[in-house]
Design a protein around this ligand. Sequence first.
Ligand code: PEP
Ligand code: MN
Length: 346
Amino acid sequence: MIIILKSDASEDQIAHVVESVEGLGFKAHLSRGTFRTIIGLIGDETKVSADSLRAIPGVGDVIPVLPPYKLASKEAHPQPSVVDVSGVKIGGGSLAMIAGPCAVEDRARMESIAASVKAAGANIFRGGAYKPRTSPYAYQGMGEDGLKLLREIGDKYGMPVVTEVTDPRCVEVVDKYADMIQVGARNMQNFVLLTEVGKTRRPVLLKRGMSATVQDLLMSAEYILSQGNNQVVLCERGVKGFDNCTRNLYDVASVAVVKGLSHLPIIVDPSHATGRPDLIPPCALAGVAVGADGVHIEVHDCPEKAKSDGPQALLPKQYAELMGQIRKLASLFGKTISETPGKKPT
Ligand code: PEP
Ligand code: MN
C-alpha cells in the first residue's frame, strides 16, 4: 500500500500517519519529494482497509498494490484455472459450448433441442427452471419439476447441465440436479446467494451484472472462492448501454481485460448481450477470437412458442452452422471443444 500525503500535510500530521501505520504492524518507508511526500507500507496489506487509512488527517490518497480480489487474481494463481463440469473442461485451451433453451419447457421440446445441440457439438445443456424475470407476471419457470426434467434430458443425451439459482433457499435443490449452477446477471451481487453457492462444491457460472464493472464481477467471484469453491467460470453477457439497437452492450474487450487480471475462465453469452439472432454468430466468433473459454447460446426449435427469450433464440440449424465456424476458429487458436463424457454427476 502506498500513502500519498496532501501537499499541505504538516510535519505533525506526517509523524501521526507514520505512528498510526507502525501501530498497525507495518514498516513505514517515508519518501519526501519536491511537492509531495509518500509513505510506502511494508507488510501484509490485506490486514488493513485503504479507507481507514484515507481517514487519517493529512492523507491525500491510498493506493493498494494488490487487487482487492485476492483469490481470483493472477497473483494468487498465475496459471489459468481449468474448471471441470462433470468431465467437460473449461479453460486452459478447452472450450465450453453451452446451449439450450432459455427456460426448461415440456419434455418433447427439450428432447428435440437437446438432440440438435448435441449433434451440433454442444458439450453442456442449459435451461432455466427458476427464471429471474423483470416482470412478476412473466413466466417464472417450472421449479423442481424443471430441474428433474433437465437432469433426465442431460443424462439421456450425454451432456452435463447448467441451470440458474435465484434464491439461497434453492441452492440445495439445484445442487442436487445440476452439474453447474448459474448465478445470473440480476443476482451477481446477491452476496447471500454467492456465499451459499460458494459452500457447495459444484462448478458455478457467474454472469456479469448488467451494470457491474469487471472489478465488481471479480469481487463477486471472490465471495464464491472465499467459501472454498474454486470452480468458478465467469460470463460476459453485456452491460447496459445507451443505444437500444442491441439488448445490451456486448463488452467483448472485458474478456481480454479479465484474462489479464484473473486465472478464472471466462465465457461469452452473445444471446443476452445482443438479443438479436442475426448478431449472435459474429459476436460468438468475436468472443472466441478475443480469448473466451466458451460460448453460451440460447437455442429453440420454435422461437415463437418459447416460454422466454424466444426473439433471441437461434434455430438448431443456425446453431449447427455457427458451431462449424467456431470449430474452425478454435483450431486456428489451438483450442479444443471439450468432449462430453456423458457421465452423471457424483
Ligand atoms: C439466462 O441465462 O437465461 C439469463 C437470464 O441470463 P442473464 O442473467 O445473463 O440475463
Ligand atoms: Mn434467457
